[in-house]
Write a protein of this length. Structure first.
Lengths: 289, 333
């Protein structure tokens, strides 16, 4: 099956059709979103829906950029983009900082209670967020934590355990002799962590960092709850879910799709650049151990 | 214990301190308060006095009654047969007599049913389709890199965005592509309300979820497939094994550990589904999580919502234990 030369012609045809169908299925909704985003209000009402933005009368191609213009003048959406950047960047940075500390302790230092802590962290990766929602929100209201701060803090519920878990396995795999050599040279364990191990862990940090960023960027439940009384703190997923149009009273699908396309672009860039790392990170939790 | 080890220990606890503090603040403490609050009648953001109500919230969430209605087609309404406080959820016939089934909160009971059905069906489909995709992706062909990259896109975009995209595709007029295609194939009249009709609602949710997460499943399975040594295939080909037999004899058994992990990840994820249901149905139909959310934010019933959250926690725990049993605790990996 891995040797493409021995395939029969029929097998090859079957393979390529399956591959084509898969690719079509994966990409079609994006094509449809782009198509929709380039249609005017009237073109959206055309039935049956057209596969390209056509003029209702002449049936000629007629692209309208109005939806994008509307999105770019939509204050809540732009505000949401800024909030999302602030939240996702902060969550990623804090998770990496605290996560690498913990991972070094769990992966390279000898102390009691290591196993229970590892189990605690692992069990947290299976934790349903909804089960702490009311408790978290009550804490935030009582201490008057701003929604943005609240999101940064609580998103670590899912980014931190994953970061610790993956980086611990990574640190464990680094040879102990590195630390011993450093300690012979008079370095304290923390110094050798900072100067020797941390630079070596850069690939693992990049992988977990990207995944933490995407998870924080996409989070919806906490964001929706915590910003319910602070609309100015909404992030992009909430802004899109609650999208209010500039013109029409109905749900403005043209504008929603334009916003969706715009949100997808940065993720697309991340995926294109980091696809290897992302796949590595996604599978590192499942294959090892 | 020597001096070095003690120094290690002190450093370890210092390094772990921030993470452990965060874990305590955002997981352990709130979880404890949720468990406690679920036993009270606390109202959210109000100064009303709170009293301890024991398991009353759970009783109301999960209360089920079955009552005989007498002879079939007796003309009596199902709800009349049920004790007060129970609302009818359906009827069934057994051994010639009719029974009415009711619950004290039918919405939550059906949220449990819907969420479990949604999870089982979509994860099952994702496993089968994911395996097919993974088998395609491990083959060395031109364009494989592009294909892998495309697979990541549905996974990477926010569920809020994909829910909106699909809601638009599922529109109930021929402005929605699904209805256009459905009519062209003669399957619908071009006006089918997929997201409103109660018999297609769940299937639509499943379709969206399968679209979004099959690629993720495929990538996990692909990682497992790549670890199978090629010599095994070569040896079995020498022995005259066909592709199908190879799949069942070699691929499936060897990819099983990866499959088990992928199934667990995805099932736990599906059981806590929120975004999809909340965005598409709001309060028209609930998942367990969106029910708990609306009880908290809309009805401000904090005690009741917390009890629902605890039930979700327990349902998910049951699935974890089930998987643990099924994958056989003996092969400790």
């Amino acid at each position: 099956m891995n040797d493409s030369k021995s395939w029969s012609f029929l097998g090859r045809v079957a393979f390529w059709s399956v591959a084509a169908v898969l690719l079509f299925n994966v990409l079609f909704p994006f094509y449809w979103a782009i198509n929709t985003s380039l249609k005017s209000e009237n073109q959206l009402m055309m039935t049956p829906a057209t596969f390209l933005p056509l003029d209702p009368v002449t049936k000629r191609l007629s692209v309208s950029w109005g939806n994008y213009a509307a999105v770019f003048s939509n204050k809540p959406f732009l505000r949401g983009a800024l909030n999302s950047v602030v939240v996702a960047v902060s969550v990623t940075a804090l998770s990496l900082l605290f996560g690498s500390f913990s991972a070094f302790a769990l992966g390279k230092l000898r102390f009691r209670a290591k196993q229970p802590i590892l189990y605690l962290i692992l069990s947290m990766t299976m934790f349903p967020q909804i089960s702490v929602l009311s408790g978290l929100y009550a804490v935030m209201r009582r201490f008057e934590i701003h929604a943005i701060m609240g999101m940064i803090l609580t998103y670590m519920l899912f980014t931190l355990p994953f970061t610790i878990w993956v980086m611990t396995t990574y640190f464990k795999a680094l040879p102990d002799s590195l630390l011993q050599a450093a300690s012979v040279d008079g370095a304290t364990p923390f110094q050798s962590f900072r100067i020797i191990l941390l630079p070596l862990a850069a690939p693992a940090a990049a992988t977990t960092g990207i995944l933490a960023f995407i998870a924080a960027w996409n989070e919806y439940l906490f964001a929706l709850t915590f910003t319910s009384v602070e609309p100015q703190a909404r992030t992009i997923p909430v802004a899109i879910a609650l999208f209010a149009g500039q013109v029409s009273k109905q749900e403005p699908f043209g504008e929603v799709m334009a916003a969706s396309v715009l949100v997808t672009i940065p993720l697309l860039v991340i995926v294109v650049i980091f696809q290897r790392r992302i796949i590595e990170g996604l599978t590192s939790g499942s294959v090892k151990e | 214990m020597n001096r070095l080890e003690r120094r290690d220990g002190r450093l370890a606890w210092t390094l772990l301190a921030p993470s452990l503090l965060i874990v305590f603040m955002i997981a352990i403490y709130p979880l404890a308060t949720v468990f406690y609050t679920s036993l009270t009648d606390r109202t959210f953001a109000s100064s009303a006095s709170v009293s301890f109500v024991g398991l009353a919230n759970y009783g109301r969430l999960l209360g089920v009654a079955v009552a005989p209605e007498g002879a079939p087609s007796g003309g009596a309404k199902a709800s009349d047969a049920l004790p007060p406080g129970f609302r009818s959820m359906g009827e069934f016939e057994l051994l010639g007599s009719r029974y009415a089934v009711g619950g004290t909160d039918p919405k939550f009971l059906s949220a449990i049913g819907d969420t479990v059905a949604f999870s089982v069906v979509s994860v099952g489909l994702e496993a089968v389709l994911g395996m097919i995709v993974a088998l395609v992706l491990v083959v060395n062909f031109r364009g494989r890199g592009f294909m892998r990259m495309s697979m990541l896109i549905p996974w990477a975009i926010p569920t809020a965005v994909s829910s909106k995209m699909w809601a638009w595709m599922f529109s109930s007029t021929r402005a929605g592509i699904v209805n256009v295609v459905g009519q062209a194939l003669g399957l619908t009249d071009g006006q089918f309300p997929f997201l409103v009709n109660s018999s297609t609602q769940l299937w639509a949710m499943i379709a969206i979820d399968v679209w979004k997460t099959t690629p993720f499943m495929a990538l996990l399975l692909m990682a497992g497939l790549q670890m199978i040594p090629r010599e095994l295939y070569e040896a079995s080909r020498v022995d005259g094994c066909g592709s199908l037999r190879q799949f069942f004899r070699i691929t499936l058994p060897l990819v099983k550990p990866s499959l088990a992990v992928a199934l667990i990840f995805r099932t736990l994820d599906a059981l806590r589904v929120f975004d999809l249901f909340q965005i598409i149905f709001a309060q028209k139909r609930y998942s367990m999580a969106s029910f708990a959310y609306y009880q908290l934010i809309d009805s401000r019933k904090m005690g009741y919502s917390s009890a629902a959250s605890v039930v979700i926690f327990l349902v998910i725990s049951v699935f974890i234990v089930l998987y643990g049993r099924l994958s056989g605790g003996k092969d400790e990996r």
